[in-house]
Design a protein around this ligand. Structure first.
Ligand code: GUN
Ligand code: FE
Length: 435
């Protein structure tokens, strides 16, 4: 048995169309593919449907036990939401009439303060986990609130529903505008340690803690330093916000005058690592992007939020040219939609808006954006050893999509000799979504 082959038996075999991104191709379509999943949920083999007899002998499964996908069905990797505030779901779709800093003070902090009530937390967290799963988010990187017990509850709920999750208890020891919603330095450090310890003790297979300084304006330099140390000592993920609006960038200059840049504030506190994901980055300089590249830190692009709060338009092409890892995020509730399909559409919209401003702009293709929503997100969260696409040895983390499901949102139209649509060089059936 080669090192690629799993020792575990085969639990499921699927035959049909598989669509995924690879490290070399934005979209690869395997027609009449055959994929085996072992009893540990890992992909044991991928081959052609025509090889079913040979593969069934080799792997010891019965050919009749193969699940055949329908003509209009395909598998794709689960989508990865690299930045979402589970706690803000309670007001998603409202309160988008102010810029970021006022929006935080007026709406966000008062709502997040409510999560000391565990029953309120349970209700919202159950809804957001179920809703994102229904929208195809199999992995989410969550901000909770400053409340440790409610944040632990979010981890438990994600685990119970089978969603892969990075969960962050929010840290903030500075809040001049809404002083009810903050911690002392000691509380923030102590509760972060308690959160990490208790979450790891649960041994949830799909849920991990993420060190979460809210953003530099909410944290003292001392707290940032302690959080950098905690992440380093425990080899943990880190998440925060960066350069979302120009007003915020100017505020950070005022609050941290001795640092070269906003990115430098995080970097000098050991908060930029290859397990760091920073939301937004709309206004980063080339020098800052270079620091992202050098440290391996990634960016969560949240276009719905960036437009909804009039924060800015991230030039994704520029970030990719800098070879900085980038995934997509919904940023509920700065973004009004919990759907990653919406994030895909908004990413294309923003790229096209940049093209309207500059016709020479190298617009993102939807194949590229498909990759960002799947493998790109998985890379951004440093989870791509196990997820992001269909490779032998990775978890079978997948969506089974039926474009012709009864009562579904799509009208499949047989175009006959009508317009031909190609994806990655292959003809596909066009579809029209109902409003
Ligand atoms: N920056 C700091 N906190 C937040 C938040 O909750 N949402 C967004 N969009 N940006 C932030
Ligand atoms: Fe955010």
């Amino acid at each position: 048995m080669s090192s690629n082959e799993s020792a575990a038996g085969i639990a499921h075999v699927y035959r049909g169309t598989f669509v995924h991104a690879t490290y070399h191709t934005a979209v690869e379509i395997l027609e009449d593919g055959l994929l085996g999943v072992d009893t540990e949920g890992k992909i044991a083999f991928i081959g052609s449907g025509k090889e079913v007899d040979r593969l069934s002998q080799k792997w010891g499964f019965e050919a009749f036990a193969v699940t055949q996908l329908g003509q209009h069905e395909f598998f794709m990797p689960g989508m990865v939401d690299t930045h979402i505030h589970a706690s803000q779901y309670s007001y998603a779709g409202t309160a988008l009439d102010m810029p970021l800093l006022q929006w935080l003070n007026m709406y966000t902090f008062p709502v997040e303060a409510c999560y000391k009530d565990l029953e309120f937390a349970r209700n919202v967290y159950t809804h957001i986990v179920k809703r994102t799963l229904r929208n195809g988010t199999t992995t989410a990187c969550y901000f909770a609130t400053i409340h440790t017990d409610a944040s632990l509850l979010l981890g438990q709920i994600a685990n119970d529903f089978g969603q892969r999750a990075l969960v962050g208890k929010v840290c903030m020891d500075t809040n001049n505008f809404f002083p009810h919603y903050k911690e002392t330095l000691d509380e923030s450090e102590g509760e972060t340690n308690r959160f990490i310890g208790e979450l790891l003790k649960k041994k949830y297979p799909l849920v991990r803690p993420v060190v979460t300084p809210r953003f530099a304006p909410s944290c003292s330099a001392t707290l940032l330093g302690h959080l950098g140390e905690i992440a380093q000592n425990n080899d943990l993920h880190i998440q925060s916000h960066i350069s979302e609006t120009k007003e915020e960038v100017n505020l950070v200059k005022e609050l941290f005058p001795d640092y070269d840049s906003y990115t430098d504030v995080y970097h000098r506190h050991n908060l930029l690592t290859d397990k760091t994901v920073m939301a937004h980055g709309c206004h980063l300089t080339d020098g800052e992007l270079k620091l992202f590249r050098e440290t391996g830190a990634s960016i969560a692009h949240c276009p719905n939020s960036n437009i909804s709060l009039c924060s800015g338009m991230l030039d994704v092409r520029r970030v990719l040219n800098h070879k900085v890892k980038l995934g997509l995020g919904t940023d509920v509730a700065g973004g009004y939609s919990p759907s990653m399909l919406d994030a895909v559409r908004r990413t294309l919209d923003t790229s096209k808006a940049l093209t309207i401003q500059d016709t020479q702009y190298h617009t993102l293709t939807f194949e590229e954006v498909f990759r960002l929503a799947t493998l790109g997100g998985s890379q951004a969260l440093s989870l791509d050893e196990n997820t992001g696409n269909f490779e032998v040895g990775k978890d079978f983390d997948a969506l089974r999509v039926n474009t012709d499901a009864a009562g579904g949102p799509i009208d499949l139209i047989n175009h006959g000799e009508g317009p031909k649509v190609y994806v990655a060089g292959k003809r596909v059936v066009p579809f029209v979504e109902r409003p």
